[in-house]
Design a protein around this ligand. Structure first.
Ligand SMILES: C[S@@+](CC[C@H](N)C(=O)[O-])C[C@H]1O[C@@H](n2cnc3c(N)ncnc32)[C@H](O)[C@@H]1O
Length: 394
């Protein structure tokens, strides 16, 4: 079969990612092959990942060799999908060898065009030299935001904006003293878009020395993030494999972050931050299921009667309890709208700053929780973890 014209068509669309799946021969050990275009020391490189049942094998291919590789892979797989910042391409080869090829303009291209007008206010702008974001699949090698990552890019810029409001208050202290290092922990860092961007923000934009650690339960993402940090000589950015619950850090912690750390993982992160006396905490919770599974009320059963309402109420109760707990533990706490609800329902950010909160206010915060608990009979992890401290306050 002559695959050359298809390979040319794909290459000319400047793909960011190409995926081959649905292998033709059963003896082919690779179920899927993924090709990511990245920028290595200013040079465009195609990173090939070959997936077996259990493992992933990596190899890099030079730009000159990509056409040959695509043609070879087209003979081995029935399905190909490719995306570029403008197009999405699908190719399918039927049993009889018929080729179905479609190239469509990306639906959300308009979104990107709109972004050009808005983005000037972003702290991390398109075109900035944040090379790891190319490896992580957020920027194209030309520094444009990949369409499918646009919402994440927006969320992260909003997060950095909120961090920046607090950093402005302390930046002089760190910028004027080379020996001072801000210790930051990102709990449940996942693919770590935020972590890399914050490292860039602190070191390149703010010129502040930082040591940033990302923690997650997923081995592959931790390994990948450490490789990227090493590749770009982000020397004070490290990723560790581990559970937030029980995590130990052998130094002072200044800032703790969580972005969408699932369910009670957020509670363990907040608990650690409180116990370490962290100066500032930024937390965007998600999947607040705990209260939903324990809530029980007869007086206000209208709120628990409908599954949808029960879920929303439980989620709001969770974050109200967390915010009050932070206040009770001596943190001035605000809840901010993180992102428009139309972009993500996970739109509350808890910002807590260690301050002199009066004993009366702290006590009142606990009493408010107790009253809510009394009526709705739920369990809440942060509250339970801090039971001893709560008793001391009352
Ligand atoms: C929804 S992802 C968010 C990732 C990233 N912060 C972001 O916003 O793109 C949640 C991450 O939290 C991690 N996680 C959940 N519970 C955890 C725990 N107890 N300890 C460490 N990581 C945890 C998961 O592995 C997952 O990568």
């Amino acid at each position: 079969m002559n695959f050359e014209i298809y390979a040319d068509e794909i290459i000319s669309s400047e793909p960011i990612r190409i995926i081959f799946s649905n292998k033709i021969k059963s003896e082919n050990e690779y179920i899927k092959v993924k090709i990511n275009v990245t920028n290595l020391k200013g040079k465009e490189i195609y990173q090939v990942e070959k997936f077996t049942d259990k493992q992933v094998f990596h190899e890099n291919i030079e730009k000159d060799d990509i056409k040959r590789t695509l043609i070879e892979l087209m003979s081995d797989y029935k399905q190909l999908s490719a995306v570029s910042s403008e197009y999405s391409i699908d190719m399918r080869i039927s049993k009889k060898g018929k080729i179905f090829f479609s190239k469509k303009e990306q639906k959300n291209k308009i979104k990107e065009d709109i972004s050009h007008n808005k983005q000037k206010n972003y702290i991390i702008k398109e075109g900035m030299d944040v090379a790891p974001l190319i490896d992580l699949g957020v920027f194209t090698p030309k520094g444009k935001v990949i369409n499918s990552k646009y919402d994440k890019y927006k969320q992260i810029n909003r997060f950095v904006e909120i961090v920046d409001d607090e950093v402005k208050k302390i930046e002089k202290e760190y910028q004027n003293d080379e020996s001072k290092v801000l210790h930051i922990l990102d709990f449940g860092c996942g693919k770590s878009y935020l972590t890399f961007i914050l490292y860039y923000y602190f070191t390149e934009i703010k010129k502040i020395n930082v040591k940033i650690t990302g923690l997650d339960l997923k081995k592959d993402v931790i390994n990948n993030c450490n490789e990227i940090a090493k590749k770009y000589k982000y020397d004070n950015l490290h990723f560790e494999l581990g559970d937030i619950n029980g995590y130990k850090y052998n130094d002072n912690v200044d800032i703790v972050l969580t972005l969408h750390a699932c369910d009670t993982a957020t509670d363990y992160a907040l608990y650690n931050a409180i116990k370490w006396n962290a100066k500032i905490i930024f937390s965007v919770p998600c999947c607040q299921h705990e209260i939903n599974s324990t809530i029980n009320t007869s007086k206000f059963d209208i709120l628990t009667k409908y599954g949808l309402i029960k879920e929303k109420v439980s989620s709001l109760f969770t974050d109200a309890v967390r915010a009050n707990m932070m206040e009770a533990m001596g943190y001035k706490t605000q809840l901010l709208e993180f992102i428009d609800e139309q972009h993500s329902p996970k739109n509350i950010l808890i910002r807590s700053v260690k301050s002199n909160v009066s004993k009366d206010k702290r006590k009142k915060a606990i009493e408010q929780i107790e009253r809510l608990k009394e009526e709705f009979n739920f369990e809440q992890t942060l509250y339970s973890l801090l039971a001893e401290d709560v008793n001391k306050l009352l």
